[in-house]
Design a protein. Structure first.
Length: 533
């Protein structure tokens, strides 16, 4: 504030004339006025200067200024005299050594006016206040988290300061910890995540983020999550902040293995024939869902479609193992499976052809053995009277039949890796008599030149009537003969007599023979008495 002294001017008067008055000290010799010699002016100037000094130093109980060691600084409020009648309030600055702290920490504030500390200034922040000391500083401690506006508290109506500092009190940071079990989970298996405080180990409720899921834990800090794909998965745990604490999220890694799933292998038939198409279906044992798999049978490998189905066939008969395998997915590893299959040979009928089915005894028959399905001739055997006769490579056989009657010829061949053949048979009729000789009644010994009579039963077991010669033989000699005529199925007793057995003494075989049939006995020929003398 600037003060300009105001001086009174002398006004003219009408005193009575008299001797002139002596000149005052403030008047020059020429009669002009000199203000700096006027005592009144000097007094006014001194008053103004003293007031200015007091106002510039500040009003209050403290000294106007001081150094850093002895003075407490200017006392608030501070005014700046700029020559005006009323001084302006000095601008104050408010600074802090830090503006972000943890609960319980202190902040040192500094109040200055033109780089000079200002004492006795009240700082207010939240529900606390503090006055600056002689160095213009004040310390405020903040116990609770939050944001606080620290301002200069006005002390007079002259204070128009708007200086303020925002202090942020952070919540206590508490690290979280996460633990998982089991140690080696598989896909689809529940994994328990336990959320705890890292400082105390106490359980805390929060959220678990894993495998694309966000799950809220219980009050015990536990939550279950599942993973649909194998591999390394990150589990993140979080907890909501409280009035005092802020929790730092934690992460842990879970190595998830593929779940092992058995395969089911189904066959449309378990005992197909060679070349028969066998439906095969592969599915999951746990859900029954079809699986795209590889199916191997013997040296045959095929793959199923998305429906899990395919067909297999084998060209040779035998016992086979059918196996199914499937590639692992992101979630599942399939366990191979097997089953057994018996492939049977194709059943093929044989045909046995003959050039004729009725012949006379002694005639020949030609056989031809072949496949009934293709007509192809095959090498094999033709069984006659229980005896197998080999055919040629072309399946041909030619046989003469001597014995009248009915005979069944059976044609057969060995099975192959692919085919089992069904034998074929044909009935043949051999026409002619079939002679038999039985019931021989003959002496066991005879003297030389004595007579011998023998009997035997001759039968015609053939299918035609015939006349045949009956012969009695001793050794290689034919001693008697006769003729018989018999219809089919007839028999008769034949009597043969030898008048003299003219054979040297000895032991012989005597036989009654009809065609190829005979009956035998032993005959001893001894010498007679005449020969003995």
């Amino acid at each position: 504030m600037r003060v300009t002294p105001q001086l009174e001017q002398q006004m003219p008067s009408d005193p009575p004339p008299g001797p002139p008055s002596p000149e005052p000290a403030s008047t020059r010799s020429d009669g002009s006025y000199r203000p700096f010699r006027d005592p009144q002016v000097i007094l006014l100037v001194l008053i103004v200067l003293g007031t200015f000094a007091v106002m510039a130093g500040g009003l209050g109980t403290g000294p106007p200024f001081g150094d850093d060691n002895e003075s407490s600084g200017p006392v608030f409020p501070v005014f700046d005299y700029d020559g005006e009648e009323r001084p302006e309030a000095e601008a104050l600055s408010l600074t802090a050594n830090r503006t972000t702290i943890d609960p319980g920490q202190a902040v040192t504030f500094s109040v200055r006016a033109k780089d000079k500390p200002v004492a006795n200034v009240t700082l207010s922040g939240g529900d606390r206040s503090e006055k600056t000391d002689r160095n213009g500083t004040a310390v405020l401690t903040f116990a609770e988290p939050g944001r606080y506006q620290v301002v200069l508290a006005p002390t007079t109506g002259e204070d128009t300061s708007t200086e303020r500092v925002t202090v942020t009190v952070r919540r206590y940071e508490v690290d979280l910890a996460a633990a998982t079990s089991p140690a080696k989970p598989v896909t689809g298996q529940p994994v328990t995540v336990e959320l705890t405080r890292a400082d105390t180990g106490a359980a805390i409720a929060g959220t678990v983020v894993a495998g694309g899921q966000t799950v809220q834990t219980g009050a015990d800090g536990r939550a279950n999550v599942t993973f649909e794909t194998a591999g390394s998965h990150t589990v993140t745990v979080r907890a909501p902040k409280t009035g005092q604490e802020r929790f730092v999220p934690a992460e842990t890694t879970v190595q998830v293995q593929r779940r092992v799933v058995n395969l089911d292998l189904g066959l449309g038939t378990s005992d197909p024939q060679v070349d028969e198409q066998v439906p095969v279906r592969v599915s999951r044992a746990d859900t029954g869902a079809p699986v795209n798999a590889t199916v191997t049978v013997g040296n045959v490998t095929t793959t199923t479609g998305t429906d899990g189905q395919t067909n297999v066939s084998l060209s040779t008969a035998g016992e086979y193992t059918v196996s199914a395998a499937a590639s692992q997915t992101a979630a599942v590893r399939f366990r191979n499976t097997t089953t057994g299959m018996t492939v049977k040979r194709q059943v093929v009928d044989l045909e046995l052809a003959v050039d004729r089915t009725s012949i006379q005894a002694g005639e020949r028959v030609t056989f031809a053995l072949r496949r009934a399905d293709t007509g192809e001739r095959v090498a094999g055997t033709v069984d006659l009277y229980g005896t197998p006769y080999l055919t040629t490579d072309e399946g041909r056989l030619r046989v003469a039949f001597q014995t009248p009657g009915t005979v069944t010829a059976v044609g057969n061949t060995s099975q192959t890796p692919r085919t089992r053949f069904v034998p074929a048979s044909r009935d043949l009729t051999i026409l002619g008599p079939d002679w038999t000789v039985t019931a021989l009644d003959a002496p066991g010994s005879v003297q030389r030149n004595d007579s011998v009579t023998v009997t035997a039963r001759v039968a015609n077991e053939g299918n035609t009537g015939a006349t045949e010669q009956v012969t009695y033989r001793v050794g290689d000699e034919t001693l008697a003969t006769t003729t018989v005529s018999l219809d089919p199925g007839e028999s008769t007793a034949v009597r043969l007599t030898v008048d003299a057995v003219d054979l040297p003494a000895g032991e012989y075989t005597q036989s009654v023979v009809v065609d190829d049939a005979s009956v035998d006995a032993t005959l001893t020929v001894t010498g007679n008495q005449t020969e003995a003398t």
